[in-house]
Write a protein that binds this ligand. Structure first.
Ligand code: 9D3
Length: 247
């Protein structure tokens, strides 16, 4: 997978991709990341990349010409890549979206700044538009980093087999059960006895139930999106009684 990131702030990307899994994927040539400074494609003496919005109002808009020149130059190098915009108006980045994007040959990610980009760039070049969620970021750079990270992890060969088994379990649509490691007691809190029992069937049931408990408490919406087994329903009924008497 070839990532091309188009940004007014390439310096923000120095560091985040040089560690751990992404760096390993680069070393293994499974991915390649190129940064492109949009300002380099501005034609005037001041290298202007923004201008006031038509119709008035606060803030600035990313100008069309430098962005178009940058996108065209990158597309000429990567005819099979998909152009993705980042903006608060995009569709939410989810596991499903990351999985879809991981099937592409290459991604050209345009980082929005200011109030946004000139709409004609979206019309002419945008093939997808991604948001991280309903909160305000200063620009699309952190969204681009999230896309690169989430997509890279889904490329075959990037994760070891034990790590990718974890990715598969995320797809079951529940939040994860709590994790513990040594020591057996910390801060006056013991590790749940079941996890020390060595009984794998009991441990599986405990983890499933705690996954359901956490999901019900924090993300009940997720429970509507998945198929629950008879065992799940029984566990949820128990949880309802337990957590009602707990508070
Ligand atoms: C005054 C109106 N602004 C607040 C809603 C609009 C606005 C425009 C541009 C707010 C933030 C931004 C810059 N953000 C992004 O470019 C962005 C973003 C985000 O803000 N939230 C979640 N995902 C993304 S992806 C790109």
């Amino acid at each position: 997978m070839i990532f091309d990131v188009l940004t007014l702030f390439p310096g923000m990307f120095l560091g985040p991709f040089d560690e751990s899994i992404i760096n390993r994927a680069k070393d293994k040539r499974l991915i390649d990341i190129s940064l492109h400074n949009i300002r380099d494609w501005a034609a005037d003496r001041h290298q202007t990349a923004d201008d006031a919005p038509y119709g008035g109002g606060a803030g600035m808009v990313m100008k069309a010409e430098p962005l178009a020149a940058c996108i065209c130059a990158v597309k000429a190098m990567r005819p099979n890549s998909t152009v993705i915009l980042t903006s608060p108006q995009g569709r939410r980045l989810t596991h499903r979206v990351a999985s879809e994007l991981s099937e592409k040959e290459g991604l050209i990610i345009v980082c929005g700044r200011y109030e946004g980009i000139d709409e004609r760039i979206r019309t002419l070049y945008g093939e997808d538009d991604i948001s991280l969620g309903d909160f305000v970021l200063s620009g699309g750079e952190i969204a681009a980093m999230a896309i690169v990270d989430a997509v890279t992890r889904l490329i075959p060969g990037v994760l070891g087999s034990s790590e990718s088994a974890e990715t598969d379990s995320f797809c079951d649509g529940l939040l994860e059960y709590p994790h513990y490691t040594r020591p057996p007691e910390f801060g006056g809190l013991a590790v749940p006895e079941t996890l020390l029992s060595g009984n794998h069937e009991l441990i599986r049931k405990w983890r499933r139930k705690e996954s359901l408990r956490k999901t019900r408490a924090v993300r009940p919406d997720l429970l509507n999106g998945i198929e629950l087994t008879r065992e799940d329903r029984r566990m949820l009924a128990e949880i309802e009684l337990e957590d009602a008497s707990a508070d």
